[in-house]
Design a protein around this ligand. Structure first.
Ligand code: NDP
Length: 485
């Protein structure tokens, strides 16, 4: 099958054609990576101060153009303007944090050489990979890829970015805005395209791949990257659980869990999909969240918009029907809430733990709420998932204690999703939710590799690393280690 030269993007609320984009071919991907390598050499050799200055200038430019970016995101994803603006502001915060902290995190560190190597000086430098290939999803088309783009640039790499085929416009806009202020051409290149463009990037000469998207695609990305031993950071899907203890503020837990599950039409990797509520407070929680959910509407000007990716509608419907066939009770909405483009809120309870609504990522405005006898059962059920991205815990007294027992990368206590907005902490998951981290110091380090440099500071008459090593030296080493240990 020949590769199409262009592809169309549509407004998901109306289905109308929004724009047509070039479908970047494999040859063009390789050309882009080669150009980015040259740019990366200049950028990597520049000072932390110079990089900080350019990235802060970019943060300023993005801030000036929030409305233009928000309009583009709304047209491509169908999300409400206020959600688009929130996403953009968080992305800008991350760029600025990475710019300001890169030197402190990535600067050369001295390390002690130890008694046996007393005459050596040891240091660890962090070196950028050169070019980082970033592959992004459509659900938060600026916030999610920026967690890689901003940090990779701050760490001294060039970036070649393949946005989702549903949101190429905002990807191109980001690269164009950076080019406006960058004195180094091709430092951040956008390569719009379909899945083959992403595949070509994973097979290209990039130094690292930063992927955000589904677990199924992440496995393909990791396999392709392994052919060249290209390292990857993989940010994938989730099935995030909310745990509500008997000492929780029930009204707030219900309000925040509802938003976490339904906002952005449920298309949030770290959004609530399952709730485990302790029996003694379950009735109150279910009543409160159901009452609030009845006031939430999906529409072009509602609380949230359409499913951005048309094929997701089929996934949502199948999970809801599977829950129904396994005996779930619908408190708000039901299978009929799944429309052609919009999905109205669905709250279910008594959902079988082995139904797809509990085991697979639904990525829609649905919430499965099950009762548990106690917190131990809640923790065990939350951990029984093949995913391990984020979680939320509601308890006045034991939030941190519960959080520490969860098998996932991030937990909000008496809050939801808060960790995504804190630039100084790492973001990422375990199990099928991926590996590696973006954001925070870990996110900066992810886009560099350590180079160890050990050099002689003064000469001693005892040499280990030579064929001239004497019996005396052997004895000395033996004695020294016996004394030390
Ligand atoms: P996909 O996995 O479908 O696609 C992600 C990106 O990969 C797209 O740009 C896609 O291109 C590209 N791609 C597709 N096939 C290949 C391939 N063989 N090689 C390389 N790249 C390829 O995910 P979605 O876009 O549907 O995003 C939704 C998913 O992302 C959800 O599972 C969600 O949970 C997850 N996600 C995870 C986050 C996290 O940080 N952990 C944050 C946000 C979302 P194209 O669009 O052209 O198919």
């Amino acid at each position: 099958m020949s590769t199409p030269a262009t592809f169309d993007s549509h407004n998901p609320a109306t289905g109308e054609l929004f724009a047509t984009y070039r479908n970047t071919s494999a040859d063009e991907v390789n050309e882009a990576v080669a150009k980015a390598h040259l740019a990366g050499q200049l950028w990597g050799a520049s000072s932390f101060a110079a990089r900080k200055s350019l990235l802060l200038q970019w943060a300023k430019l993005l801030t000036k153009n929030i409305d233009e970016m928000a309009a583009l995101i709304c047209s491509e994803t169908g999300k409400p303007t206020s959600d688009a603006i929130l996403e953009i502001t968080l992305a800008i915060e991350h760029v600025a944090w990475a710019a300001k902290h890169a030197e402190q995190v990535l600067g050369t560190q001295r390390r002690p050489s130890g008694l046996l190597m007393l005459n050596m000086k040891s240091r660890v430098e962090r070196s950028p990979y050169g070019v980082v290939g970033v592959i992004g999803p459509w659900n938060y088309p600026i916030f999610t890829p920026m967690g890689s783009i901003g940090y990779a640039l701050a760490a001294g790499n060039a970036v070649v970015f393949k946005p989702s085929e549903y949101t190429p416009g905002i990807g191109q806009w980001l690269a164009d805005s950076f080019a406006e202020i960058s004195h180094i051409p091709n430092l951040f290149i956008c390569i719009p395209g379909l899945a083959d463009t992403g595949r070509a990037l994973t097979q290209s000469a990039v130094g690292k791949i930063a992927f955000t998207g589904s677990t199924a695609t992440a496995k393909k990305v990791a396999a392709a990257a392994a052919e060249r031993m290209t390292p990857t950071v993989l940010e994938c899907g989730g099935k995030d659980a909310v745990i509500v203890a008997d000492d929780a503020n029930i009204s707030r837990a219900a309000e925040f869990a509802l938003w976490s599950a339904m906002s952005n039409a449920g298309q949030t990797c770290i959004g609530a999909e399952r709730v485990y509520v302790v029996e003694s407070v379950a009735d109150r929680f279910l009543d409160e969240i159901s009452a609030m959910a009845r006031n939430i509407r999906a529409s072009s000007d509602g609380n949230y918009g359409p499913a951005t990716m048309p094929s997701q509608i089929g996934v949502i419907r199948s999970h809801v029907l599977d829950a129904q066939s396994h005996g779930a009770t619908f408190l708000v909405g039901g299978p009929e809430s799944v429309g052609d483009r919009f999905v109205q809120p669905i709250i279910m309870t008594n959902v079988a733990e082995n139904s797809t609504a509990m085991t697979e990522e639904t990525f829609g405005p649905t919430l499965a709420i099950n009762r548990v006898a106690n917190i131990s059962e809640a923790i065990a059920k939350a951990n029984a998932s093949r995913y391990g991205l984020g979680a939320s815990v509601w308890s006045r007294r034991n939030g941190n204690k519960i959080a520490s027992q969860l098998q996932c990368g991030m937990v909000s206590v008496n809050s939801v999703i808060a960790f995504a907005a804190v630039a100084s902490v790492p973001f990422g998951g375990v199990k099928d939710s991926g590996n590696g981290r973006i954001h925070g110091p870990e996110g900066l380090m992810e886009f560099t590799y350590p180079r160890t440099v050990v050099s002689e500071s003064f000469r001693i008459p005892i040499a280990f690393t030579t064929f001239k090593r004497t019996k005396f030296v052997d004895k000395f080493i033996r004695k020294a280690i016996e004394l030390l240990h």
